[in-house]
Design a protein around this ligand. Structure first.
Ligand SMILES: C[S@@+](CC[C@H](N)C(=O)[O-])C[C@H]1O[C@@H](n2cnc3c(N)ncnc32)[C@H](O)[C@@H]1O
Length: 259
């Protein structure tokens, strides 16, 4: 088995490659045009934690070409993430806040300025980016373990990653008492026809079944396993991303053998 076979799902599909530009004598190779699909692919690899050298290998490019492109894109990407759906997202945040009236909130992927600042009685913010002035500056996956161990609970937890925060779901559902908001960055895999992640996490084996409502059903089951009834109040599908607002109720367990 070759390296290509092991990592083949990460290599850029050939149909996403751009044409080669004519070499004006400035570079050793003929530079290849970046297509929108290739840019999306590069950003997807970045979000999965690959470095520029690894990304270059998967795009069949020189590392320098990738690092220049990623630098240019990084500004654009962080500025444009929320743009198309920002207004609708904050509108539904507001509607949901008035529905559940949370007093204590954990904003687990807060960004530089938490939406909840000044809106709730007690706010705990977190972001892995050390330059952001958040209450915690930790990887969410680890932080939730620490908070759960300490016995913390919150009326509302907002889970708003760039990609998927699947690893945090169980503990966040346990710690949230009235509501949990989950952004499903994994919806972005659909445009690349990638099923590996959703197959493993949600049992989705077919592109036609790759829908936010099927993922929501699986998250509801995670809730049940943690003795919480998750009621989706809003399921908002945006471009390459969905955001789901769940109300939480304690589950009444009536079976004799449940502890
Ligand atoms: C989608 S943005 C958050 C947007 C913000 N909630 C808002 O409404 O404007 C995702 C944030 O998660 C942070 N992040 C990325 N990986 C993380 C991790 N493993 N743990 C915690 N934060 C992370 C990024 O720095 C980024 O600010």
């Amino acid at each position: 088995m070759t390296l290509f076979d092991i990592h083949k799902e990460f290599f850029l599909p050939l149909e996403y490659m751009g044409d080669e530009n004519k070499n004006g004598g400035l570079t050793k190779n003929n530079p290849r045009k970046w297509t929108d699909k290739e840019i999306d692919w590069a950003l997807m690899l970045k979000k999965r934690g690959f470095n520029n050298k690894q990304i270059a290998k998967y795009l069949y490019r020189q590392p320098l070409s990738v690092s220049i492109k990623m630098k240019r894109l990084s500004k654009k990407d962080s500025m444009s993430y929320n743009e198309p759906h920002r207004e609708d997202k904050y509108l539904h945040n507001e509607l949901f806040l008035s529905e559940i009236n949370p007093k204590i909130v954990l904003d687990l992927f807060a960004g530089p300025n938490s939406y909840y600042e000044g809106k709730v009685e007690e706010l705990y913010t977190n972001d892995v980016e050390p330059t952001f002035n958040t209450y915690y500056n930790e990887k969410a996956e680890k932080l939730v373990c620490k908070l759960y161990y300490k016995g913390c609970t919150y009326y509302l937890i907002d889970v708003d990653p760039f990609g998927s925060a699947y690893q945090c779901f169980d503990l966040c559902i346990r710690m949230a008492t009235k509501g949990i908001i989950i952004t499903l960055g994994e919806m972005g895999h659909k445009r690349f026809k990638r099923l590996d992640f959703v197959r493993r996490c949600y049992g989705i084996n077919d592109l036609n079944d790759f829908t936010s409502s099927n993922i929501v059903s699986e998250i509801i089951k995670i809730g049940e396993r943690n003795k919480k009834k998750l009621i989706p109040i809003f399921v908002k599908d945006y471009r390459n991303i969905s955001r789901v607002y769940f109300k939480i109720e304690e589950m009444k367990i009536t079976e004799q053998w449940e502890g």
